[in-house]
Write a protein that binds this ligand. Structure first.
Ligand SMILES: Cc1cc2nc3c(=O)[nH]c(=O)nc-3n(C[C@H](O)[C@H](O)[C@H](O)COP(=O)(O)OP(=O)(O)OC[C@H]3O[C@@H](n4cnc5c(N)ncnc54)[C@H](O)[C@@H]3O)c2cc1C
Length: 258
């Protein structure tokens, strides 16, 4: 366990059995945030509060910053780690869609060495990851995307301290008003965080316009397949995902027109 904000709840609910717990909280090798010429390296053990206080995280990764800002409450953000949010493998995890949209990779370390995987490839299903039993996420490496348009949106049953009914992150590389490259990811619309390749294909190469934003509805609906569950109906989640996508595209358009 790292911050144990998920592990302790699972133990208490009887969904996790453990004879012994090993804390990896504040291991120096997992903590810290540093930048290189091409990337930001976010320690898996970094608390969300620490990420938010980092100027590079705040200014270069505004979508991830916004996800952290809307995450839980100050008390939870003081304990919750980035690695724990990934390792828990919830389809509703808030930090994951921005990392997928930003093209981040996770470095997985074990006694055998280290390997990297794109963040979206870490998730195999509900609560299941490709992290091997002897591996830890050491860090998440996020390419610098200076000048890109980034957005994050989260919908819950109330305004704060809530698990997402739907969340969405978008990163657009723009060439003037043309979308040179689009990466879009959603949470809570599938058993695992979901990279929306049809939405990306719909946007790539297109000029930003009101028409493009309006037409995104069809691409979103053909891409995601949420289910009815305790947090909301399939129809409600579809509508939230469409609204989040169209709103982000409208903001991108306003940005290029400004
Ligand atoms: C009141 C409350 C509100 C919450 N609100 C939100 C919210 O708004 N958004 C959201 O997304 N989540 C929310 N959560 C869930 C939780 O806080 C996050 O998922 C958090 O990021 C988990 O981090 P942690 O360090 O506490 O993980 P832990 O509970 O310590 O671990 C979670 C899982 O990840 C594994 N793990 C931890 N670190 C690593 C690592 N470095 N490498 C490999 N595996 C690792 C653990 O073995 C475990 O399986 C909330 C939880 C609570 C209790």
């Amino acid at each position: 366990m790292a911050g144990a904000t998920d592990v302790l709840l699972r133990l208490e609910a009887g969904r996790l059995k453990a004879k012994r717990l090993v804390s990896i909280a504040e291991l120096p090798e997992l903590c810290g945030i540093r930048s290189s010429a091409t990337s930001l390296h976010l320690g898996a053990g970094a608390y969300l509060t620490d990420l938010m206080a980092d100027p590079g995280f705040r200014t270069e990764l505004p979508s991830a910053f916004e996800a952290a800002r809307q995450f839980a409450s100050p008390q939870i953000r003081n304990r919750a780690t980035l690695g724990g949010n990934i390792g828990n493998a919830s389809p509703a995890a808030d930090m994951v869609p921005p990392l997928i949209a930003l093209g981040a990779e996770a470095t997985l370390a074990s006694k055998r060495g280290a390997r990297t995987l794109p963040v979206e490839e870490l998730f195999l299903g509900f609560g299941k990851t490709a992290i091997r039993p002897d591996e830890l996420i050491r860090e998440v490496v996020v390419p610098r995307r200076k000048g890109s348009f980034q957005a994050f949106a989260k919908f819950g049953s109330r305004g704060a301290n809530v698990i997402s009914v739907v969340n969405m992150a978008m990163c657009l590389e723009l060439d003037g008003d043309r979308v040179a490259r689009a990466r879009v990811a959603y949470g809570s619309v599938a058993p695992k965080p979901y990279r929306a390749s049809k939405v990306e294909a719909y946007l790539t190469g297109q000029v930003l316009s009101e028409r493009l934003a309006a037409g995104a509805k069809e691409a979103v609906l053909s891409d995601i397949a949420p289910i009815d569950d305790v947090r909301g109906s399939k129809r409600h989640k579809q509508r939230l995902a469409v609204n989040a996508t169209q709103d982000a595209l409208s903001r991108a358009l306003a940005g290029v027109r400004a």
